[in-house]
Design a protein around this ligand. Structure first.
Ligand code: PEP
Length: 226
């Protein structure tokens, strides 16, 4: 059984989500399927086969924080997962490991499962800092978390069409495995053509998929490649 999670970012619509859920309801799979959608789609039609997740959460539980959504509110919607620390949040919203950690703690306290993202930039990779960056992100972002999923997403591989090599993924996942017993996902330009090979790598428990999770024609081959 693998975990196959989609991250829709600011894409899709309620109608597209409905039709994706209908398609996925019909397929025969043992895998754990998750789709992480914009907040406005969290109240979508429910399915026993597919879990819904959010893509971010507030560090606050309630109060005067205009525009924020709390973990409890996400839980009330029926969602089960929340992505925290996606590189786009770290990069464009200056989220530090400490902020990511606070968000993940709120998620867990609300009975939801955090999907904590980590990953090195191209500059860090080229400077030979991949392992130290990842160790720092994993240790600080998951501090005090009893349960979580960890997604390794090299920043240079997200939405670029570049995928880490099998050896790179194997090496980083082996390194992370020594730091945590959490389920480990790989993310970064995963598609039907490479997902089978990626998910057969030791210590890869599933994938986090951006662009190729938006349309059934792209997402189904990934699910079927396990
Ligand atoms: C992502 O945004 O988490 C991601 C992996 O995107 P993509 O699959 O499009 O590279």
């Amino acid at each position: 059984m693998k975990i196959i999670a989609g991250n829709w970012k600011i894409n899709g619509s309620v109608a597209e989500l409905d039709s994706m859920i209908s398609v996925l309801n019909e397929i025969d799979t043992e895998n754990n399927l998750i789709i992480c959608v914009p907040f406005t789609m969290l109240n979508c039609k429910k399915s026993d086969r597919i879990s819904i997740g959010a893509q971010d959460v507030s560090t606050h539980e309630h109060g005067a924080y205009t525009g924020e959504v709390s973990a409890k509110m996400i839980a009330e919607s029926g969602a089960k997962y929340v992505i925290v620390g996606h590189s786009e949040r770290r990069q464009y919203h200056n989220e530090t490991n400490d902020i990511v950690n606070q968000k993940a703690l709120r998620v867990l306290e609300s009975g939801l499962m955090p999907i904590v993202c980590v990953g090195e930039t191209l500059d860090q990779k080229n400077a030979g800092q991949t392992f130290s960056v990842i160790e720092n992100q994993v240790t600080e972002s998951t501090n005090g978390l009893e349960n979580y999923i960890l997604a390794y997403e090299p920043v240079w591989a997200i939405g670029t069409g570049l995928t880490a090599t099998t050896q790179e993924i194997a090496d980083v996942h082996e390194y992370i495995r020594k730091l945590t017993s959490a389920n480990l996902l790989y993310g970064g330009s995963v598609k039907g053509a490479n997902s089978g090979e990626i998910m057969s790598i030791l210590n890869v428990d599933g994938v986090l998929v951006g662009g190729a999770s938006l349309k059934p024609d792209d997402f189904l081959p990934i699910i079927k490649s396990v």
